[in-house]
Design a protein around this ligand. Structure first.
Ligand code: NAD
Length: 280
């Protein structure tokens, strides 16, 4: 018996990284998975987005857990593609019980160096993309008067970050959306929460183009970059955290064990918020 037997979860950014870990974690607990990813690079993202191979591999891995998988290409910048993904999911599985709005991008620059395009891409994917995703799924949940939504924010949803004003603005906005959606959807018994990860070991932060930015010096190595982010975490030797650490928090938030939890921003940050004196 899984904690999510009979449930269907839609996850954005599901091909790799945290989204992939969420898909496998929820599938292991019995959920069928509708996975959405973009499969197209965005110019202002220095490390590249998911590939078709990654999307197909994650779908196969969900099926290997004896769960059904529908993995489709859709872009959270495009409402039509999200609406199509939801329609396909509903005609295949008949319901969507869980939404993980996880897709996101990352770039770094001082705010006076940001290009218009960097700003717009960040807001379009990391903030407006969450709105569009929830807009696509909410009517179905409202009709069924049931559902659990988790938005992926960040520790930067409540604290500043080095060269991250555009990311910080988007993630603060995600926590604002989360609180407002929690209020708007409560009459339908739909819960809305957020996770706020610290530094997670995925391509988003663990990639050569970003090492220089993270360590503050050209030709920085992975080790120097990782050393530079260590001060964020208090636990586990201050190392980067595996994505499953966030998946397990989401699993709990969408399970019946959290039936009275809504409007909460849950840090999954090995103590970063305590150290910096921020607490959402
Ligand atoms: P990742 O880059 O490995 O995964 C992000 C996924 O989102 C990729 O598969 C990418 O293709 C997809 N994506 C990007 N733009 C998209 C779009 N327009 N439409 C659909 N899919 C799109 O990074 P990750 O660490 O797994 O990031 C997942 C979430 O966690 C993001 O929202 C990110 O901001 C957040 N986060 C990450 C960290 C970290 O340290 N890695 C920390 C805090 C928060």
């Amino acid at each position: 018996m899984g904690r999510l037997d009979g449930k269907v979860a839609l996850i954005t950014g599901a091909a790799r990284g945290q989204g992939r870990a969420h898909a496998l974690t929820l599938a292991r607990e019995g959920a069928d998975i509708i996975g959405v990813d973009v499969l197209q690079d965005i110019d202002t993202v220095p490390y590249g987005l998911a590939t078709r191979d990654e999307l197909e591999q994650t779908a196969r891995d969900v099926e290997d857990l004896d769960r059904r998988a529908l993995f489709v290409q859709a872009d959270v910048r495009d409402q039509g593609s999200l609406d199509d993904a939801v329609s396909r999911g509903l005609s295949e599985f008949g319901r969507i019980d869980i939404l993980s709005a996880n897709a996101g991008i990352y770039s770094q620059a001082n705010f006076w160096e940001l290009t218009e395009q960097m700003w717009q891409d960040m807001i379009d994917v990391n903030l407006s993309g969450v709105w569009r995703t929830c807009k696509a799924v909410a009517p179905h949940m409202i009709e069924r008067r049931s559902g659990a939504i988790v938005l992926t924010a960040s520790v930067n949803g409540f604290s500043p970050g080095y060269q991250l004003s555009h990311y910080v603005a988007a993630k603060h906005g995600v926590l604002g959306l989360m609180r407002n959606y929690a209020v708007e959807l409560a009459p339908y018994d739909i819960r809305v929460n957020a996770v706020c990860p610290g530094v997670i070991d995925t391509r988003m932060v663990n990639n050569p183009p970003l090492y220089e930015r993270m360590a503050g010096r050209a030709d920085s190595t992975r080790e120097e970059a990782l050393e530079a982010v260590r001060h964020f975490h208090l636990l586990h030797g201050r190392s980067m955290m595996p994505p499953e650490t966030v998946s397990n928090a989401i699993l709990w938030l969408v399970s019946d064990e959290a039936v009275n939890i809504t409007g909460v921003a849950l840090p999954v940050d090995a103590g970063h918020n305590v150290l910096d004196g921020y607490n959402p």
